[in-house]
Write a protein that binds this ligand. Structure first.
Ligand SMILES: Nc1nc2c(ncn2[C@@H]2O[C@H](COP(=O)(O)OP(=O)(O)OP(=O)(O)O)[C@@H](O)[C@H]2O)c(=O)[nH]1
Length: 394
């Protein structure tokens, strides 16, 4: 009954977690798993209190037990974006009930053990393998308690099955038999308690990841935002310095954007920003990630590129935007241009902000000199010493 209560607690806990805002459908599968474990244990307790010859009762108990393990696997599958495959459990349930009609299964514990241990072990193995094969290391780390739990349970089941089979001939003492019975029940109780916590960990990690992603993503374009640039640019600069590789920044800004808003409305202005971001994404594929760092201003750190190489990419981007007007619902087109600034890492730079500042100076130069053009710092705009050197020299 204690195990039944833990199963019921698992069902309740998963349901409450869903309502508390986690809103992940895998919680339904895990709640069902808890209910199946609870049903299995209630049935076992009833069978001890009221022994019966009816084959359907132990058959249903075994179906509930397998369905409990299957529910955990189904939830994990759903969590990873795979179909939960409950229909396979339906087929399995019929097969298990059908097996209980057979006299050898009804009469012999060894046959039941031989039949069910591989099924449960297979489910445990599939669950552990699924979590282990996740490409995302952070997600795999969050799934580690569940991986260990499923593996330990698999080993425990196999060892226990081995003992039961060995003792079937009557060689097992009553003490060993009782130990196997109690340890089996305790193993399920511990399994359920740890499974509940492991499920919570998996859901929590996914939510934390989603929140983090949202805090780094620009809602309008889906590009990374300025906060993400701070993290990514510092990492990129450190890597380039370590490898002795060059690094350049491209920044660009839509020309006369205010007039697009004024003439066509804010919604078309939003579409224009999305349009330019999508075009840029295509040009920049393989060069570097696109960051939206202001209303209609974007930045791209290009690792491994010198100023003239980044300048060539910037020119392709400028030409594409100028040649590809935004189609507004098939009614009319909005032509746009961008001004682009490019700057490269200099030996005295204190941080990536120095490169971005020079790229911005180049962008300002492009705006001042007719717009719809690319300006490269050090070529079009004269180099100014970085802030740190100016401060040191002052
Ligand atoms: N639709 C829309 N407008 C935005 C958004 N963010 C900023 N803006 C507008 O973008 C305009 C930026 O205008 P300015 O910085 O004056 O520059 P501009 O008109 O593009 O002119 P230049 O940059 O000098 O070529 C402002 O009117 C902002 O209100 C946004 O997310 N959506």
């Amino acid at each position: 009954m204690a195990t039944a209560l833990v199963g019921a607690s698992m069902a309740l806990g998963m349901g409450l977690l869903y309502h508390a805002g986690a809103r992940q459908r895998c919680l339904f599968d895990w709640a069902l798993a808890g209910l199946f474990f609870a049903a299995n244990n209630v049935l076992s307790a009833l069978m001890i209190a009221f022994p019966t010859e009816q084959f359907l009762v132990p058959g249903a108990g075994n179906v509930f037990y397998v369905a409990g393990h299957f529910g955990i696997l189904a939830g994990l599958r759903r969590h990873l974006g795979l179909p939960p495959r409950w229909e396979a459990m339906g087929v399995l349930a019929l097969a298990i009930l059908g097996a209980h009609v057979l006299a050898p299964v009804q009469s012999s514990l060894a046959h039941r053990v031989l039949l069910f241990t591989p099924i449960i072990a297979g489910i445990n193995f599939s669950a552990a393998r699924l979590l282990w094969r996740q490409p995302d290391r952070e997600a795999r780390r969050a799934g580690m308690p569940m991986i260990l739990l499923e593996t330990c349970f698999l080993v425990q089941q196999t060892v226990r099955a081995g003992y039961l089979l060995a003792g079937e001939g009557g060689s097992m003492t009553p003490a060993v038999s009782r130990f196997l019975q109690i340890s089996g029940s305790l193993a399920v109780l511990v399994f359920l308690s740890v499974a509940m916590l492991s499920c919570v960990m998996i859901v929590h990690q996914q939510q934390a990841r989603a929140l983090r992603l949202a805090s780094l993503t620009d809602m309008l374009t889906g590009c990374l935002n300025r906060r993400a640039l701070h993290e990514a640019a510092a990492r990129t600069l450190a890597r380039c310095r370590r490898d002795g590789a060059p690094l350049a920044f491209i920044t660009f800004d839509i020309d006369h954007f205010k007039s697009i808003n004024d003439r066509h409305g804010h919604a078309v202005g939003d579409s224009a920003i999305r349009h330019v971001a999508a075009l840029s994404d295509g040009v920049l594929r393989g060069c570097g990630a696109l960051f939206r760092i202001g209303g209609e201003e974007f930045a791209v750190p290009v690792a491994g590129a010198r100023a003239h190489q980044a300048g060539a990419v910037a020119e392709r981007l400028r030409a594409l935007v100028a040649a590809t007007p935004l189609d507004v619902g098939g009614r009319h087109e909005v032509r746009m241009t961008v001004s682009v600034g490019v700057a490269a890492l200099l030996p005295g730079d204190a941080g990536w902000e120095d490169i971005l500042r020079r790229a911005d100076e180049a962008l300002y130069y492009a705006k001042q000199h007719g717009r719809n053009r690319v300006s490269v710092h050090g070529v079009d705009v004269q180099a100014t010493p970085p802030a740190s050197r100016r401060a040191a020299g002052a």
